[in-house]
Ligand binder design. Structure first.
Ligand code: ADP
Length: 499
């Protein structure tokens, strides 16, 4: 039994919650930036409004004072008093100082002053405003904010010249402005968390709705196993990402399905091929044992057949083992430097007696110079021996088999040709398939006299590809067949050395 890893259990392992969290985080930043920007804009606009209005009041006061001055019977101080008294504000204070910063006149506390308005008492005004008065005298009109906070007062001071030097001061408590800004702040304190709460709930449901197809897809995928690998998950419409995910998953299932089917075929073919020699061994031994005593020659004949089948079984099991390891990517490839021309020469020599027995001529055409090669020598020999064996097997008496090694295109080519009966045109495309035999009937006879199970060429193809090369059936017709194995030198860093 295999243990399946449980998904982590923390709250944030849920994608829905993760999405909602990130959505909330981004929205919080956006709302905070929005609230702060709006608030600072409102505050700045309110301050500007107050300052402009203070300027207007001061301008009016100065022009009233100037017109009072035109009255010759009136002293400057009287003109100042007249000007100040001619104004009435609910929440605005006018104070005039002389050059010694003594109060000349100040507006009376209004009876209808709004509750909570900060009204400057004169000693306080004198002490609080001395800095502002000095800077107004030095550089013209000057603003200041006294008692910053809830009881802030905005003050504008301006020097005015009559016969004496006066400084006119207009003070405006910021109560209303503060109240308006507090209301704005309160609105944000309520609106931002409320918006976040609504967004969180909405975001969670949206995430749930968006991820619902993924959850459904997971449930459908969980139903698919080795027994129903041909099933596919439906491709959601209207959603590019999910349909791409579903398609990718379905492609994976297709590949798995093909690979499972291939394995099943391989198992079925392998057991089918193994069954025949096993049946022959059993049949022969049963015949030999059926009578208490038989002729020695009959025993010898049975044992010879059993021995041949044993050899063939060994070869077949070897081939199957190679292919199984090749499929699992576990073939222990042994790369070494060797001379390919020498290896080929030895292969031809070892097959010569078999060829001669069959009445065939076998020739080896070596290259002009030595061919140093890096690869798995045993595997290369196995492939070449198999091809020569095939050539001998399928060539009738009196024919010939040629083996040639030549350098070509930064590699080398091993050509094995024969003058046999050739492979039928329809079968040529399949000769490298596993368990393929062009002519089953003929091969069955051949099988009994030493043929394989149709695995030799598929092993040859795999081995050539493992070395970065390839094998092709270059030609096959009634005059014979030619197989060419191309092996590159450069693959895996090998380079030819010639002496
Ligand atoms: P086998 O073990 O049956 O020879 P191979 O994979 O080596 O298996 O060959 C597959 C089939 O290709 C053979 O059964 C035979 O029909 C065909 N074949 C291979 N080599 C030759 C050849 N030189 N001439 C004719 N037919 C060949």
């Amino acid at each position: 039994m295999t243990a399946t890893a449980e998904p982590p259990n923390s709250v944030f392992s849920s994608m829905r919650l993760q999405l909602t969290f990130w959505y909330m985080a981004v929205l919080t930043v956006v709302l905070l930036v929005f609230a702060l920007t709006t608030y600072s804009y409102l505050a700045r606009a309110a301050h500007k409004r107050t300052d402009d209005s203070l300027q207007d009041t001061l301008n009016s006061l100065v022009s009233t004072f100037n017109s009072e001055l035109t009255d010759e019977h009136q002293s400057d101080d009287n003109a100042v008093k007249e000007a100040v008294e001619s104004f009435h504000f609910r929440d605005r204070q006018l104070i005039v100082f002389d050059e010694k910063q003594a109060v000349v006149v100040a507006s009376q506390t209004p009876a209808d002053m709004p509750l909570g308005t900060k009204w400057l008492s004169l000693p306080v005004a004198q002490s609080q405003l001395s800095g502002l008065l000095t800077s107004a005298l030095r550089s013209g009109r000057a603003f200041a904010t006294l008692f910053p906070g809830k009881h802030a007062v905005r003050v504008l001071a301006a020097p005015v010249e009559g016969n004496r030097h006066y400084t006119f001061v207009v003070a405006n408590p910021l109560l209303e402005e503060e109240q308006a800004l507090a209301q704005a702040r309160n609105a944000f304190y309520v609106a931002v968390p409320l918006a976040l709460l609504i967004a969180a709930v909405g975001g969670y449901f949206l995430a749930r709705k968006s991820l619902a197809p993924v959850v459904a897809m997971g449930q459908q995928a969980a139903q698919i196993g080795a027994s129903n690998l041909n099933q596919r998950i439906p491709i959601p419409r209207n959603n590019q990402e999910l349909s791409r995910l579903a398609r990718t998953f379905n492609d994976l299932l297709t590949r798995l399905d093909e690979s499972f089917a291939q394995q099943k075929r391989f198992m079925a073919d392998a057991s089918h091929e193994l069954r025949t020699p096993v049946a022959v061994v059993r049949g022969e031994s049963e015949v030999a044992l059926s009578q208490p005593a038989r002729d020695v020659n009959e025993y010898r004949e049975s044992l010879t057949i059993i021995h041949d089948e044993g050899r063939r079984l060994t070869r077949m099991v070897d081939d199957l083992f190679i292919l199984a390891r090749a499929d699992a990517g576990e073939y222990p490839l042994v790369r070494e430097n060797f001379y390919l021309d020498e290896s080929l020469s030895e292969c031809v020599r070892s097959m010569r007696s078999l060829a001669t027995q069959k009445g065939l001529e076998i020739n080896y055409q070596p290259p002009a110079k030595e061919v140093a090669f890096r690869g798995d020598e045993a595997l290369v020999r196995r492939v070449v021996l198999n091809l020569i064996h095939n050539a001998i097997k399928y060539t009738p008496v009196g024919g010939h088999v040629n083996v040639k090694l030549a350098e070509a295109n930064s590699g080398c080519e091993i050509t094995i040709s024969d003058s046999g009966s050739g492979i039928p045109a329809a079968a040529q495309a399949h000769v490298f398939d596993r368990f393929f035999r062009a002519d089953k009937a003929r091969s069955r006879e051949e099988f009994l006299s030493g043929s394989g199970a149709g695995l030799g060429l598929s092993i040859a193809k795999w081995a050539a590809e493992l070395h970065g090369g390839r094998i092709v059936l270059e030609r096959s017709d009634a005059s014979g067949s030619t197989f060419v194995i191309s092996l590159p030198y450069s693959e895996h860093g090998s380079a030819p050395t010639s002496s």
